[in-house]
Design a protein around this ligand. Structure first.
Ligand code: UDP
Length: 318
């Protein structure tokens, strides 16, 4: 007797993280509905699934009412511009998808009896005053600064998700995703890793914003998606940080990328964007304890794969 495939809706499924989630669920034998309005996502990221009958792409903006026929077992809500230059370019859409889009996705989860996972972010901690950041930290966010459109949208999204959990008894999960990288990042999304790799491959100057002493902790995409899947399958309803806890400075990152690409690019310093966090590092003890998850891919191996992706796609030229 063949078992019926579980059905998962992935909003933002054509984006960087969303498309890797599509891969993971297809690989695990699910039916996948990938929904995306393609403002920052790309069909290219999911084109290898388009002929698969277990995969369906729906072009739709989830800030508008979401209509899906048939059963849905799980909703992974990943739709949102997510890099600083994207949410600065689309401030209203970012606020709408975090608020109206999350409300619509939660309403759909209620109607279908689906389990719901919200993609939240380390940005809810703002420019943190404690380091590393545990889930119990409330954050230090400027609501009216340029990053406020993303940070506050995600904070609202967390609040409404918890309200659906408490008031409607919906089975919800919240992941706070820290800096993640890997193949399919967009070269022009403005983030440090694609910028540095492409600048190094083109022999252009590597642009460091501020002193370069600010820190981040970079998680490879396959580690992240494994953690997301474990969280979805867990009994946990409170937020869980997923990320890599190996913290490094941006200068350190630029040196590593220069070495791995054999680049002679010089470094140039530019002004630091407003409200750019000075430190960021996840406390992942809850994920380790509750999910039995920890990151496995070191930064060098992950960067080699990512550099390989940019070279193969000649993405650094375009
Ligand atoms: N950054 C940089 N040069 C770049 C792009 C980014 O120095 O070309 C810095 C940015 O100011 C921040 C860090 O790198 O301090 C990480 O930025 P990113 O946009 O990757 O992600 P964020 O953690 O800010 O969301």
């Amino acid at each position: 007797m063949s078992s019926i495939k579980k059905r998962v809706l992935i909003t933002g499924g054509a984006g960087f993280i969303g498309s890797h989630l599509c891969d993971l669920f297809i690989e695990k034998g699910y039916q996948v509905i990938c929904m995306d309005n393609l403002i920052t996502g790309k069909i290219e990221n999911i084109k290898h699934h388009l002929k698969n009958e277990s995969f369906k792409f729906v072009k739709h903006n989830v800030s508008e009412y979401i209509d899906v026929k048939g059963r849905i077992d799980y909703i992974m809500h990943f739709a949102s511009p997510a890099s600083p230059i994207d949410y600065l370019k689309y401030p209203i859409q970012t606020l709408k998808v975090g608020s109206l889009g999350t409300h619509n996705a939660l309403g759909l989860a209620m109607a279908k009896g689906a389990r719901f996972l919200l993609a939240s972010t380390s940005e809810v901690y703002g420019d943190p005053l404690i380091n590393p950041q545990p889930e119990s930290y409330w954050g230090n966010v400027n609501p009216i600064g340029p990053r406020g459109v993303y940070d506050e949208a995600k904070r609202f999204a967390e609040a409404i998700t918890m309200a659906y959990h408490h008031y409607h008894k919906l089975d919800t999960k919240i992941v706070r995703i820290f800096n993640t990288y890997g193949p399919r990042m967009r070269i022009n999304d403005g983030r440090a890793i694609p910028n540095f790799i492409c600048q190094a491959l083109r022999g252009e100057s590597i642009t460091i914003y501020g002193s370069g002493k600010q820190t981040r902790s970079f998680c490879y995409i396959s580690d992240l998606t494994k953690g997301l899947y474990k969280l979805l399958m867990s009994r946990e309803n409170m937020p869980v940080n997923i990320g890599n806890s190996d913290e490094m400075s941006l200068i350190g990152l630029s040196r590593l990328i220069s070495n791995l690409t054999d680049s002679r690019s010089k470094v140039i310093y530019k002004s630091l964007p407003i409200d750019d966090p000075k430190v960021r590092c996840p406390d992942i003890s809850r994920a380790k304890r509750i999910l039995k998850w920890h990151p496995e891919i070191g930064i060098e191996d992950g960067l080699k794969d990512t550099i390989g992706f940019f070279k193969r796609n000649n993405a650094f030229l375009g």
